[in-house]
Design a protein around this ligand. Structure first.
Ligand code: 7ML
Ligand code: ZN
Length: 869
């Protein structure tokens, strides 16, 4: 194991809490320049815990008084430091009352209680509650909450917290109060409150057992016309969870509140979800197909947490994937059922390979269940979330859908109301399926992406096909040696006629040994193996396919994921060979087979336009970079674009045809079929724009001007933003003029500029930093402009190091405002060691500058230190 820094928290040090808090009565009085928080805690010593002192967490709190069982404590009877309030001697059972002052308006970290435009909001996961009051801030301490909020009625007419409203009234001088009670004991990270001026969309849902639940979505005044889709999404998710998992809502009130200043996407607080506006607000003219899809998924994700996260929660933060991996898996299945299963899977895997595989190969590599951290906020990662979801999916693949459902039922039956571990989850699955998943547990504890080296052999005389599989996993920081994984490996054999040769179509092999051989009998002809169908495990599969074999799979594989995958592999091979050739003074060679396969994709496109759009998209620059020894971002950019340009030069008519036939006349609808047509149409336009011809630009400009929906308008704008042409500025200016009062649309405008391929991007981004549309305090603005640039591989990794210096400046500036967002941006340096020495020296200097900044936050320090280690 890596030797963690002294301030690290370690999984192996877990001990149950010395005290439990049975209930908390919270009284919050909001004023313009501060808030007063009084908390009455009913505390009991836990189990026979030794006479340890009571230690409460607290951060940036101004303590006014402490009372124990009604007696005010003099300062000598408690100890205060920057992080804790400690009482040396306390009884077995007692009531503790603290009163604190806090400064929500000065809270720029957006953790705890903070002010945004329309009022006051909270975010407590993971460790924000300690910024509201002194408490034992860990998820295995679960209490019943009663919360009374007092505020000015005019400014803050809406006062919300978890559970049910039980009383309300008027106070003096225009103030009012509302009291909420949540009957479910919960960890403090699920606490939420809101005091704001908001509009409300109401609805209701009748659960299948007959409970009538009142649903509400609260948004900034004037935005009611943008929350209808989110409400429908919520009801779709509720129905789906009843049908697929037999899980019902357990509440009378379920509310979503949208807020424009929010670090994450959303938060599953019990009965009171808080959402980033970008996952609630949508109208055809303001939101893209992708936005609508994301709203469906994020609303579902937070709703699904009510069972996977809230009813059964995490014992400690190392178990984060217990709720996140499982909930992402559930959200993915919801997406697959609601949209296109194959296309959703392709998009998820594209993202996993680009982001999670890179994480696993870099300095932040960590297991799905990490074993140490300095700052838990840094572990809300693609490994914990998306690889965690793959781990859940692999369990289902191994034990089958029926056993998986039994396992879920058993998990809830055993652990409802508890705070548990990933072991508990897997044990429920293993017990339900009566199988042994002990080797499988290594997926939780070993970091890194396993590689399967595979070789096929066909014995024509014996009609036997054998597949040799050798697994390995490269060392990751702190884990030099890996034990073999238990890998579900779904295999099909595609015959010369394109049909599946195995009677069952797909066979799920269990790979457990470092080296194994699997034999298939009665195989009538030499097959092309279709490996890891539907991406059956988060691994890299190597097999020495010929070009002809890949095009055979592209054309015939019954598994759509592997049809797509074969095309990606073909394109990747061509690009990698091209990069090598260019390095040695040669040129990119584009085989006829690639152009034929692309033509075929276009010819078949009418059957499934969304699939065709995915299949026509080349592997991203970032993904290509992961496949080479030393990254030359300019070469990757040039070769990839040259390959991209070849398609319209050969297939111009076919692309124009695809552009023409995939119009979506009539009223806009974000359904999968319509969105798929727009995706293909815009992919065709993107390819035509590679020609850099006035006709294509005119077509693009016309689409931009005529579009009645944001999907088409933004697609055109992004293409224009990529070209150094007069239309570019015209379009960008028109777009801003039209949308300057819609913050989420302004984010898109910033995004197309920061992700443009023009060499002038850094200068533009710097200019936009000073634009009135930008605000370093708003996470969405930061993600759009700085985050967009950070992900712009060819420009961010400019050879002169200017991109690195810029990002370091911004990380430092942000760190003083919002360390969580700063740490996220700092992850842009993760892969610096994959670049050439010159770039490395610039990146190292930038990272050292971040690390050595006085007052650097723990989170940013952790990222910079690991990157430099
Ligand atoms: C993942 C979330 C967080 C952080 C939301 C915050 C959450 C923690 C929270 C998938 C879909 C939507 C949001 C998120 C996400 C990073 C990502 N509990 O619900 O997981
Ligand atoms: Zn989540």
């Amino acid at each position: 194991m890596r030797d963690p820094a002294p301030s690290a928290v370690r999984l192996k040090d877990y001990a149950p809490p010395a005290f439990l808090i049975d209930s908390i009565d919270l009284e919050v009085e909001l004023f313009e320049d501060h808030a007063r928080v009084r908390a009455r805690l009913a505390i009991t010593r836990h189990l026979g815990a030794p006479r340890s002192p009571l230690v409460l967490d607290g951060e940036e709190l101004e303590l006014e008084s402490v009372k124990l069982d009604g007696r005010a404590l003099p300062s000598g009877e408690y100890a205060l430091d920057a992080q804790h309030l400690s009482l040396e001697q306390v009884p077995e059972r007692f009531r503790l009352e603290t009163t604190c002052r806090i400064q929500p308006r000065a809270n720029t970290k957006l953790m705890g209680l903070y002010a945004a435009e329309s009022g006051f909001f909270t975010q407590c996961e993971a460790e924000g509650f300690r910024r509201i009051t002194y408490f034992i801030d860990r998820p295995d301490v679960m209490a019943k909450y009663t919360v009374t909020i007092h505020a000015d009625r005019q400014r803050y007419p809406v006062l919300l917290s978890n559970g049910n409203p039980v009383a309300s009234g008027a106070g003096s001088s225009g103030r009012h109060w509302v009291k909420w009670h949540d009957p479910f004991p919960k960890p403090c990270y699920l606490f939420a409150m809101v005091a704001a001026k908001l509009d409300k969309l109401e609805d209701e849902f009748l659960t299948r057992s007959g409970r009538r639940a009142r649903l509400a979505i609260y948004v900034d005044p004037g935005k009611l016309d943008q929350c209808g889709f989110a409400m429908q999404a919520l009801k779709r998710a509720m129905k789906w969870d009843e049908e697929v998992f037999g899980l019902e809502l357990d509440l009378d009130h379920y509310s979503i509140v949208a807020v424009g200043d929010f670090n994450a996407g959303a938060m599953e607080n019990k009965g009171l979800n808080l959402f980033n506006t970008k996952y609630v607000l949508a109208r055809p003219d303001t939101a893209t197909d992708g936005d609508f899809l994301n709203i469906d998924r994020v609303v579902a994700h937070e709703y699904f947490h009510n069972w996977t996260g809230n009813r059964v929660t995490c014992r400690d933060w190392f178990q984060l994937s217990l709720k996140e991996g499982l909930t992402v898996y559930r959200e993915q299945e919801f997406g697959a059922d609601l949209y296109s299963r194959a296309v959703e899977r392709i998009r998820e895997v594209r993202h996993l390979r680009a982001a999670q595989f890179a994480e696993d190969a870099g300095p932040m590599a960590h297991p799905v269940r990490p074993d140490s951290y300095m700052e838990i906020g840094n572990f809300y990662t693609t490994t914990v979330y998306e690889k965690g979801a793959e781990v859940v999916r692999m369990i289902r693949t191994l034990i089958g859908a029926e056993n998986f459902r039994k396992g879920m039922d058993l998990y809830f039956a055993r652990h409802d109301g508890e705070a548990v571990t990933c072991d508990d989850f897997v044990r429920a699955m293993a017990d339900a399926a009566r199988t042994d998943l002990s080797q499988f547990m290594r997926w939780y504890d070993q970091a890194g992406t396993p590689v399967l080296e595979t070789k096929g052999e066909y014995d024509a005389a014996g009609k036997r096909y054998s597949l040799a599989v050798k697994q390995s996993c490269a060392p990751t920081p702190g884990q030099d040696k890996k034990m073999p994984f238990h890998v579900p490996f779904s295999v099909g054999l595609v015959g010369p006629d394109g049909r599946d040769m195995l009677p069952e179509g797909t066979r799920v092999l269990s790979v457990r040994q470092p080296e194994e051989r699997f034999v298939f009998e009665n195989v009538e002809a030499r097959p092309v193996p279709s490996l890891a169908r539907d991406f059956s495990a988060p691994v890299i599969v190597n097999y020495d396919y010929t070009e002809a074999e890949l095009t055979h799979l592209m054309a015939h594989d019954s598994d759509p994921f592997n049809r797509w995958n074969a095309g990606q592999r073909l394109a990747l091979d061509i690009i990698l060979r091209g990069i090598e050739a260019v390095k040695n003074g040669g040129r990119l060679a584009i085989p006829r087979a690639f152009l034929d396969a692309s033509a075929r994709l276009l010819a078949d496109a009418p059957e499934d336009p969304a699939f065709a759009a995915e299949a026509l998209a080349l592997p991203s620059e970032g993904y290509i970079a992961e496949q080479v020894e030393i990254v030359d971002p300019d070469a990757i950019h040039a070769v990839r674009n040259e390959l991209k340009r070849k398609l319209p030069s050969v297939l111009r008519q076919e692309l124009l045809q695809a552009y023409r036939v995939n119009r979506t006349p009539g009223a806009y609808s974000p359904d999968a079929a319509s969105a798929g047509k727009r995706a293909l149409r815009n992919a065709a336009l993107a390819l035509l724009m590679e020609l850099d011809e006035p006709e294509a630009r005119a077509l693009c400009m016309k689409q931009f001007e005529d579009a009645d929906n944001m999907t088409d308008a933004l697609a055109a704008l992004a293409l224009l933003a990529n070209c150094d042409c007069p239309e570019r500025e015209r379009a960008l200016d028109a777009f801003y003029a039209k949308w300057k009062d819609e913050p989420l649309v302004v984010d898109k405008w910033l995004g197309v500029q920061s992700t443009s391929r023009l060499p002038s991007v850094l200068a533009e981004v710097k200019r936009l930093m000073a634009h009135p549309a930008f605000n370093l305090r708003n996470p969405n603005k930061v993600y759009a402009l700085i985050g967009g640039f950070r992900g712009n591989q060819v420009r961010f990794h400019a050879a002169d190091g200017a991109g690195y210096a810029f990002l370091a400046d911004q990380v430092n500036a942000l760190d003083a405002i919002n360390p969580q967002v700063a740490a996220r941006m700092a992850r842009g340096f993760d892969r610096w060691r994959k670049f050439d020495p010159r770039r490395q020296s610039h990146a190292r200097a930038a990272l050292e500058r971040i690390r050595d900044t006085k007052g650097v936050s723990k989170g940013v320090l952790e990222i910079a230190t690991l990157a430099l280690a």
